[in-house]
Design a binder for this molecule. Sequence first.
Ligand SMILES: Cc1cc2nc3c(=O)[nH]c(=O)nc-3n(C[C@H](O)[C@H](O)[C@H](O)COP(=O)(O)O)c2cc1C
Length: 208
Amino acid sequence: MKLLRIDSSARRNAVSRQLTGHFAEAWLNEHPEGEILERDLASTPLPHITDEFVQAMYTDPAARTAAQQQAIALSDTLIEEVLAADTIVIGAPMYNFSVSAPLKAWIDQIVRGGKTVLFGPAGPEGQVKDKKVFVITTRGGAYRPGTPTERFDYQEPYLRHVLAFIGLTDVTFIYAENQKPGPQAEVAKAAAIAQIAHHAAEQSSSLV
Ligand SMILES: Cc1cc2nc3c(=O)[nH]c(=O)nc-3n(C[C@H](O)[C@H](O)[C@H](O)COP(=O)(O)O)c2cc1C
C-alpha cells in the first residue's frame, strides 16, 4: 500500500503540515508495511508550465523535441507518483479564497490531456481511478454550508471538480477552520485530528 502525502503551505510549521503528519502516522499504524512518498511543494517548488510543456502535451511522445521532452519529464514523474498511490492526502491551506499557488502548480502538472484525462465522444474521461483522496484544509475563517461566507469558498468546489476531472471522485474533506488567532483555532484543530483518527480506523475496518 502506498500513501502520497502532498503539502502546499508556505509556512514551515503550518497547521495543514501538522495535520498531514497526523494522517501519515495514523495511516502507517494501519498499514505497517506501507510506503509513504512525501511531496512538499514549498520546500521543492514546481515550475509553472511553459510553451514547450503545452506543445509537448499535444505532441505524440515519439515526436517530441528534446526541449519538449525536458519540459514534460517532471509532469510524467508526478503523474507516476499519483498513479502508484492507493491513498493521497493533500494539505491545502486556503489562500485568497482558493488553493495555494504551489498546489495549483502541482495540479497544472498532473492534469494532462492525453494522459490523466482523455477526451472522447462522451466528453472528458478521467484516467486516475480507484484511489482514496483526503484533503485537509486549513482556513482563517469559516466557509462551511450555512455560514455567511460559504459563497466565498473557491477552494473545495474547485478541488472537487478538478480532482474528479482526472477520475479522483472518492474525495473526503477534513476541515480545520477558524485558524485565525483566538480560542476557536485549537478546538478546530483538535476536531480535525479526531476526524483523521476516525478515517484511519475506518480504513482499517474496511481491510477486515
Ligand atoms: C497568503 C494568505 C492568504 C490567506 N487567505 C485566506 C482566505 O482567503 N480565507 C481564509 O479564511 N484564510 C486565509 N488565510 C489564512 C489561512 O488560511 C490560515 O492561516 C491557515 O491556517 C493557513 O494554513 P497553514 O497553517 O496550513 O499554513 C490566508 C493566509 C495567508 C498566509
